[in-house]
Design a protein around this ligand. Structure first.
Ligand SMILES: Cc1cc2nc3c(=O)[nH]c(=O)nc-3n(C[C@H](O)[C@H](O)[C@H](O)COP(=O)(O)OP(=O)(O)OC[C@H]3O[C@@H](n4cnc5c(N)ncnc54)[C@H](O)[C@@H]3O)c2cc1C
Length: 413
């Protein structure tokens, strides 16, 4: 017998749960909402952890999705430092780390993802950091105060953003990565080269097409040794090697998992257990836009999925049909936005605008259709990119217009 009953139980104190809570109230849910998160802070935005918060430009409170007192004002019960230990999806009950057992009508699983840890020689040395939470950013910043040379492992957005942020703080940074140029996996080599140039012109060294072999040092990391034989001095290391969905609770509850390791959900974000929805980094959902299963780790996706799950808890039958959007800032040197992703790659790249002037959008087409678009300084193009990605319209006869900044993109099909 449960200790108490709630109408909506939101598991995981991240952005997906926070926006689900907000949407429930905005959409008129009057019943009880309980949000359970295991971190010490109320739900916060992670993007600042590698950017403004790491740089010391915004306070901890400014990263919060809602002010700390918002939850009580909305009649939403927020339990921080509390984990859901067990979920019985059939009985619709959850056991909390406080020992309390709660029954629910609907639950949202939004337990996010955990960093992928590297298992190489020297990986247990002090001074090797991973970044997922505000607490990690605090530790990295404090440790960086004692360091001059920082090596970033990984040329994805975490490695690039942290390198940029620590450079702003006066550190000498080097990136080691398997890709030929930074961010090439996400955005292709032309865009990657452009972004790498921005990092290098601020003194960041970039070692591409290489790989970490081991860390060396006595107690604390002192060197990074690569497979190509480089030995880079390192007073400290930050690893950005991707994330894995946190499905511990879901797996133990017997929920269906997908090929990406995420929790399977349909286009309404319903999992295999009735009354249980999933949103954010952990969900592998049926994408209406892409016509196949997708799992994306983007802030905007978590936010919108949290909202969609709320609508569906309220019986609205709302498919999640938003084209995924991603943004990244490399210090205040360059900001990028991206809609896509181009899951099957692309066979044509069209630049609209000027790389030299740092104002362009880059259109990746496959079989004459827009698969993804990156913008640097041309945000206004993205609404058209979204429309064209969603419609799947053939633009192969219109590529000259796409490339011409004088063409009104609204005229494309
Ligand atoms: C450093 C960093 C920078 C980023 N920058 C960008 C960016 O610039 N642009 C962008 O689009 N995306 C960015 N992202 C990605 C974005 O932040 C994520 O996609 C988003 O946070 C996912 O939200 P979520 O709610 O699904 O999961 P999370 O934010 O991971 O939240 C899940 C929460 O659930 C908690 N939890 C897990 N299990 C339990 C349990 N059993 N009981 C209770 N609580 C539990 C976790 O501790 C965590 O607090 C960044 C991510 C990081 C780490």
């Amino acid at each position: 017998m449960a200790d108490r009953h709630v109408e909506h139980l939101l598991i995981g104190g991240g952005v997906a749960a926070a926006y689900c809570a907000a949407a429930l109230r905005e959409e008129g849910a009057e019943g009880s909402v309980l949000l359970v998160g295991r971190e010490q802070d109320p739900p916060y935005d992670r993007p600042p952890c590698s950017k403004e918060y790491l740089q010391g430009r915004v306070s901890r409170e400014e990263t919060y999705v809602h002010p700390a007192d918002w939850y009580a004002e909305q009649g939403i019960e927020l339990l921080t430092r509390t984990s859901v230990m067990k979920l019985d999806a059939a009985a619709r009950t959850a056991k909390l780390s406080s020992k309390e057992e709660v029954s629910f009508d609907h639950a949202l699983l939004a337990t996010g993802a955990n960093v992928r840890r590297l298992n190489v020689d020297g990986c247990d040395l002090d001074g090797i950091h991973y970044l997922r939470a505000l607490g990690n950013a605090d530790t990295i910043r404090a440790d960086a105060e004692e360091c001059d040379y920082v090596v970033l492992i990984g040329g994805s957005y975490i490695g690039c953003e942290v390198a940029a942020s620590l450079t702003l703080l006066g550190k000498r940074c080097a990136i080691v990565m398997m890709e030929p140029v930074v961010l090439a996996r996400q955005f292709g080599e032309t865009a990657g080269r452009f972004l790498q140039d921005r990092l290098q012109e601020h003194g960041i060294e970039v070692f591409g097409s290489d790989e970490l072999l081991r860390f060396e040092g006595e107690g604390r990391v002192a060197r990074v040794v690569t497979k190509a034989g480089r030995e880079l001095p390192a007073h400290m290391v930050v690893v950005g090697a991707g994330a894995v969905p946190d499905v511990m609770l879901a797996r133990a509850a017997g929920l269906e998992l997908g090929e990406t390791g995420g929790v399977r959900a349909d286009r309404f974000l319903r999992t295999s257990a009735e009354g249980v929805y999933a949103a954010g980094d952990l969900v592998e959902y049926d994408s209406v836009v892409h016509g196949r299963r997708l799992r994306v780790e983007h802030w905007d996706v978590a936010l919108n999925q949290g909202r969609t799950a709320a609508l569906n808890m309220l019986g609205r039958e709302q498919p999640y049909d938003v084209v995924p959007y991603f943004f990244s800032d490399l210090a205040d040197w360059v900001s990028l936005e991206y809609v896509g992703p181009a899951l099957d790659g692309w066979d044509q790249e069209i630049v609209r605008g000027s790389l030299e002037e740092h104002a362009f959008s880059m259109w990746h087409l496959r079989d004459g259709r827009v698969a993804a678009t990156l913008s640097i300084g041309r945000s206004e193009d993205l609404e058209h990119a979204r429309r064209l990605i969603a419609s799947g319209a053939d633009v192969s006869a219109r590529v000259a217009e796409l490339a011409d900044v004088n063409t009104d993109l609204a005229s494309l099909p």
